[in-house]
Design a protein around this ligand. Structure first.
Ligand code: DMJ
Length: 593
């Protein structure tokens, strides 16, 4: 005897979903009397024939009742005037909005608070260092106050035009990028009135239900990173709530055939896409590979494993792929899961992917051995194929492009000096001394790139070609946009060695910024570091407040402020606490299994 159990797999749009109180069952949206020859139904034999016939009968009756109800409702609707129908739709809409708001206010589950050692303090040991630290704080106040006056709520500030500024990474809305990015710097500097002012703006204005297409990477590192950091430092719940709301909006970006996220996502529609210029619609290593820290914290704080799963899926996929010469190319197609152009860089397009492998390990209290192994493998390949010494003895990191090594290093790649130093402890075959030395050599090279300019500020990228060493050649590479990477490296090297040269170099950079980038309306980038009469680009980047000034402040603070065995800085310099979990499946949080 035959009986019908269910339907064959296929296009679910051809079926109606009914909640039967037991489980969601897909019912063919066709004549329920179709017989055994119905191609949408598969047949099996079995003993519980009677029970299943009853169940089938119940289903038919439910379908019939639902259809009749829908018909009645439609008839009723037709009797109503347009106005009445409009009013009903409006009431329904209001209900949905209200429900969403209630959901937004839902408290998140309690989790064990990580060790928050060192959120204050760092008093300098001498009056000279204290004065320097005070100067950096004053620079922060100048940057913030002018943004407060002329750019409040805008993403960034135009310090010369004295108005708001934005770029396409933040979309078309005013999302207050500078406020969110600057919060933790304000907090650690003790600028608490300014911090509260920023908090108030976030409470009243920061809204993610906007029809705006943003960069997933930038929003993650600046907004989610900034909000999480502000939450951990201040304990104010609002920051955690906003971070989670925003993260939910980013999740649709992962809806690709491979789970490798799109570079951009529309916060309202959830539609994602990639940058047109990125190797035939590829996603970028430094973008999809720089989500791990924030997403692990999101799962930790919410008890929802969804974020953790997304980033672990990326890691697993990368582990399975072949790597030319052991190097990760910068481009990966999210549709096919294949590498795009074979271009490898520790600067732009690649940089923070390597940083996050190391930091995933550090952030897990050094229990995420998988991440550490990926980091060790990657830097061994980088050292073998990309790191060279110039004729004049400067160590630099080149880029692999079109089958050969380009002897060019970007300002962005200068962060790697700090990364090598940070990763020295725990390195394979106990090569700690070697990696600390490598970090120091990179710091030296990057300092040279600053020292060989008229302004004592580094160019965007510099060459090592014949007689040219650590100098930009093309006009388009001579600008400095208030970037932090070189100062970041000085700070890490200072923490690990206490060699006074790093404070000296950091102070040189601070004075140069003060002299050439400070204007009465804030701080601006400069277009040519080789010209002694610089032209300003009229942009005060949000990372100047988040990173450059924070690293300078820390450089002139004691090591007890944000100690590195308790805090790990995300790539936008937002400190996140080490999670003392027994393993990387977040078992420390009972809410996450
Ligand atoms: C910052 O937004 C981050 O440091 C990022 O990782 C790379 N570039 C900028 C600053 O230069």
């Amino acid at each position: 005897m035959e009986r019908r159990l269910g339907i064959t797999r296929g296009d679910s749009s051809k079926h109606k979903r009914f909640d039967l109180g037991l489980e969601d069952v897909l019912i063919p949206h066709v004549d329920a009397n179709r017989g055994a020859k119905n191609p949408g139904v598969f047949l099996i034999h079995g003993p519980d024939e009677h029970r299943h016939r009853e169940e089938e009968e119940r289903l038919r009756n439910k379908i019939r009742a639902d259809h009749e109800k829908a018909l009645e409702e439609a008839k009723e609707k037709l009797k109503k005037s347009r106005e009445e129908i409009r009013a009903e739709i409006q009431t329904e809409k209001n209900k949905v909005v209200q429900e969403m708001k209630t959901k937004e206010k839902k408290p998140l589950p309690p989790v064990p608070i990580p060790n928050l050692t060192g959120i204050n303090g760092g008093d300098p040991e001498s009056s000279d260092i204290r004065k320097k630290r005070e100067k950096i704080k004053e620079m922060m106040k100048h940057a913030w106050d002018n943004y407060r006056i002329y750019g409040w709520g805008h993403n960034e500030l135009r310090p010369i035009a004295r108005k708001g500024h934005s770029t396409n990474i933040f979309g078309s809305s005013q999302m207050g990028a500078t406020i969110v990015d600057a919060l933790d710097t304000l907090y650690i500097m003790g600028l608490l009135d300014e911090f509260r002012d920023g908090q108030k703006w976030i409470e009243d204005n920061l809204d993610f239900s906007v029809n705006s297409e943003v960069s997933v990477f930038e929003v993650n590192i600046r907004f989610i990173g900034g909000l999480l950091s502000a939450y951990y430092l201040s304990g104010e719940e609002i920051f955690k709530i906003k971070a989670v709301q925003l993260a939910e909006k980013l999740l649709p970006a992962f809806n690709t055939p491979t789970g490798i996220p799109w570079a951009m996502v529309n916060l309202k529609s959830g539609v994602g896409r990639n940058w047109g210029w990125a190797s035939a619609g590829s996603s970028i290593l430094a973008e999809f590979g720089t989500l791990h820290m924030e997403f692990v914290h999101l799962s930790y704080l919410t008890g929802d494993p969804v974020y953790y799963k997304k980033v672990m899926h990326i890691r697993k996929l990368l582990q399975k792929m072949d790597r030319p010469n052991g190097l990760y190319p910068n481009y990966l197609n999210p549709r096919t899961g294949r590498w795009g152009q074979y271009h490898t860089s520790v600067g732009g397009l690649g940089d923070s992917f390597y940083e996050y492998l190391l930091k995933a390990w550090l952030m897990s209290d050094k229990t995420d051995h998988e991440a550490r192994k990926m980091y060790d493998d990657a830097i061994e390949a980088i050292e073998k194929h990309l790191i060279k010494k110039s004729r004049g003895g400067l160590t630099f990191i080149g880029e692999w492009k079109n089958g050969h090594l380009e002897k060019k290093m970007g300002h962005l790649a200068c962060f790697a000096g700090g990364m090598f130093a940070l990763g020295a402890d725990g390195s394979r075959m106990d090569k700690a001394g070697h990696y600390l030395e490598l970090g120091a050599e990179i710091a030296h090279t990057c300092h040279e790139s600053y020292d060989r300019t008229a302004l004592k500020l580094g160019p965007e990228s510099f060459k090592f070609d014949g007689a040219v060493e650590a100098v930009a050649v093309r006009q388009a590479e001579k600008y400095y946009i208030l970037r932090p990477e070189v100062i970041e490296t000085y700070w890490y090297l200072w923490r690990f060695t206490h060699d006074p040269r790093y404070r000296r170099w950091g102070w040189e950079a601070a004075l140069a910024i003060e002299k050439y980038c400070r204007v009465s309306g804030g701080f601006s980038g400069v277009k040519d570091v080789y010209s002694s009469t610089p032209t300003h680009d009229d942009v005060q980047q949000s990372f100047f407040l988040a990173e450059t000034l924070k690293y300078l402040y820390l450089l002139f603070s004691g090591d007890d402020l944000l100690p590195l065995d308790h805090w790990v800085f995300n790539t936008e310099a937002h400190p996140l606490p080490v999670l003392h979990l027994s393993n990387t499946t977040l078992s420390g949080n009972p809410a996450v299994l």
